[in-house]
Ligand binder design. Structure first.
Ligand code: SF4
Ligand code: SF4
Length: 109
């Protein structure tokens, strides 16, 4: 599909073509948004105190919790923003380049 961008700087919202339409809610879970990531959080379980700071801070709900315990990170949806690493006070999370992190599996569902 190609768009006619003639006079695009004068467009009002009425001229802007639809880029995407979300036809129903609750569909984001089906998409592997983690594939955009360049860096990923690495979790050191031994240092984790289950304080849940990362869980409340993650914008993508990618910190996995079971019975009030952190159990892993949902790497299918984690976009690698690093917020969880910033909020962790216990050296239980660090960011690592995707290339360097290959083979480190910390994702539990
Ligand atoms: S890096 Fe960002 S998206 Fe991924 S788990 Fe941490 S806070 Fe969530
Ligand atoms: S913020 Fe750190 S210590 Fe707290 S639950 Fe997350 S990883 Fe564990």
């Amino acid at each position: 599909m190609t768009w006619d961008l003639t006079n695009e700087n004068r467009w009002t919202y009425k001229e802007i073509p639809n880029g995407v339409v979300a036809i129903e809610g609750g569909t984001s879970e089906a998409y592997d948004t983690g594939s955009w990531r360049t860096d990923r959080p690495i979790w050191t379980e031994e240092n984790c105190t289950d304080c849940m700071l990362c869980w409340v801070s993650c914008p993508d709900s990618s910190i996995i919790v079971n019975k009030q315990k952190m159990t892993g990170i949902d790497l299918m949806h984690c976009k690698g923003c690093g917020v969880c690493v910033n909020v962790c006070r216990f050296d239980a999370l660090e960011m690592m380049n995707e290339e360097d992190a290959k083979g480190i599996d910390i994702c539990e569902m």
